[in-house]
Each structure stands twice: as structure tokens, then as C-alpha cells.
Design a protein around this ligand. Structure first.
Ligand SMILES: [Zn+2]
Length: 279
């Protein structure tokens, strides 16, 4: 990676009053949480043989014939990505970079890596939910349930890609099936914690938008660009003291004209963080 990118990044980080981090799936990929390739083949050989799955992302849309099969796959995926995977170096290094400034994180990732890396929970808005919780599919109520012990049991006790029927989770209130607290449609539960985090995000912007606010956008593509990517571009246009650093493997450029001081970098997030934190 170009030294100029590193020195400019360092200057923007040093000069800013606060950092707003926007993170997408590219950051977790850089943390080693690959949804495809060798990692998928190593962890899901039985699922590949039975269903012809290609990667964890597309497998998430597989039309399983039963809840036992659905939770067979889901439990293995959640156990691997949410509970067994260690905290990625990129998350720890990112925390090192921003911990001495006021910061806030908005992310579409549901793997809780920010929280597990030690970012202050009060400063994280995980818009799309958390693999580590269950909600009612209806939903008949707004409560979320920690799922670690149930997920572990499902992952451990499955045979032929199916969990035992008695482990299928049902809502304690209405008896309908439970689902992961991950947004797929408008049944997603937005409880008081979710709304508090959303409020925290808007208060952070309110507090710092007229100061030197650094927008640090990492691994955000075009899956859901209206959550982070487009708003960050808009903030950088709208607020005169705000600068944007965008790192993404592909498609770093903007369709709109942005400040020339912005850094839109097509490159490797690990390499960028390694170089920035090595001095
Ligand atoms: Zn219910």
C-alpha cells in the first residue's frame, strides 16, 4: 500500500476530534471470518455434499424442508462465526487506533466482533442485529434471548445435518418458532436497546458534525449502501470539517464528487491497519 495513503490516513486520524466508524462485511472478512472458500469447505463438508451449498452467504437463503434441518445449518454457522472464532486482529488494531478519541461504531455485521474486541457497548449500533440472540418469528413480543447454550447443543447433537426435534427453539410466549435476531425483513425486532443505540448514533453525529469528525468506512460494499455508505458520503459533503477514509477491496470510488481531502482506497484493510499501527 502506498506510503502516501498511510501518512495521509495518519494525519487525518491525529487531527480529528472524533471518529465515526462504519463497518461492513469486508471488515469481518479481513478478520478471517470468510463466508466462502477453504473455511467454508473445511467446516461444512456434510452440508456441501447433501445440499450442494457453495458458501455461507447463499446457504443462508437455502429453502430447508424442516426446522430441524434449518437449525442444523444455522447452529453450525452461528457457533463458528459468533462463538468459536477468535476476535480478529483487525478489530483489536482498530480499537487501538481510536480508543483515545471519542468514537462511535455503526455496523451491518451481526457477529459482535466490535463488542468482543472491547469497543464500548454503549458506542456500538449494530443495525442488522446479532447472531447471538433469538427473537420470536411473529414477533409477538420484543424480547431477545441469548442463544449460546442452545446453539452449542444444536451444533453438538446434530446428525445427518439435522438437530433433534426437541432442540428446535419455540417462542416461550406464543409458541411459534424462534429465529436469529438478524434482519431479513420487517419482522426484525427493534427493542429498546436497538433504539437506544440508534439514538446514540444520532447524538454522536449531533455532537461532532461541526467539529473535525473523521468518517472511517471499512469494508462496506453495495449490499445495503443506504445504511452506511451513502450517508457517510452525504455527511462528508454536508459537514465542512468532516473527512472520509474509505477502505474497500473493490468499488471504493464514489459516483458523486467528494472533497479532495477524502481518501477512497481500494486495498487491503489488514495491510492498512498493520502499517498504521506499526510505529
Ligand atoms: Zn412469539
Amino acid at each position: 500500500m502506498d506510503d502516501k495513503i498511510i501518512s495521509n490516513s495518519r494525519a487525518l486520524l491525529q487531527e480529528c476530534d472524533a471518529v465515526l466508524i462504519g463497518a461492513g462485511s469486508g471488515l469481518s472478512t479481513a478478520a478471517g471470518i470468510e463466508y466462502g472458500g477453504e473455511r467454508f469447505q473445511r467446516n461444512f463438508p456434510d452440508y456441501i455434499a447433501k445440499y450442494g451449498m457453495r458458501d455461507m452467504y447463499s446457504a443462508g437463503f437455502y429453502p430447508f424442508a424442516s426446522l430441524e434441518e434449518k437449525w442444523g445449518f444455522r447452529s453450525k454457522q452461528v457457533k463458528l462465526n459468533r462463538y468459536d472464532t477468535k476476535v480478529g486482529d483487525v478489530y483489536l488494531k482498530l480499537l487501538d487506533l481510536v480508543r483515545h478519541k471519542p468514537y462511535f461504531v455503526i455496523t451491518t455485521n451481526v457477529d459482535a466482533q466490535f463488542e468482543r474486541a472491547g469497543f464500548d457497548k454503549r458506542n456500538i449500533f449494530a443495525v442488522q442485529g446479532d447472531y447471538g440472540k433469538f427473537q420470536c418469528t411473529v414477533p409477538c413480543h420484543n424480547k431477545l434471548y441469548d442463544n449460546e447454550s442452545q446453539i452449542s447443543a444444536m451444533a453438538a447433537q446434530q446428525a445427518d445435518c439435522q438437530i433433534p426435534s426437541e432442540l428446535v427453539p419455540y417462542c416461550p410466549n406464543c409458541g411459534e418458532p424462534m429465529m436469529l435476531h438478524v434482519r431479513i425483513d420487517n419482522t426484525f425486532v427493534e427493542n429498546s436497546n436497538w433504539h437506544a443505540a440508534k439514538q446514540g448514533y444520532s447524538e454522536f453525529l449531533g455532537q461532532f458534525h461541526n467539529q473535525k469528525l473523521l468518517l472511517l468506512e471499512l469494508g462496506v460494499g453495495f449490499n445495503t449502501p443506504t445504511i452506511i455508505r451513502f450517508p457517510f458520503e452525504q455527511f462528508s459533503r454536508q459537514f465542512p470539517h468532516t473527512h472520509l477514509i474509505r477502505l474497500n477491496k473493490h468499488n471504493a470510488r464514489s459516483l458523486d464528487t467528494l472533497k479532495t481531502s477524502n481518501l477512497l482506497v481500494e486495498g487491503d484493510i489488514c495491510q492498512w491497519l498493520n502499517k498504521l499501527t506499526e510505529l
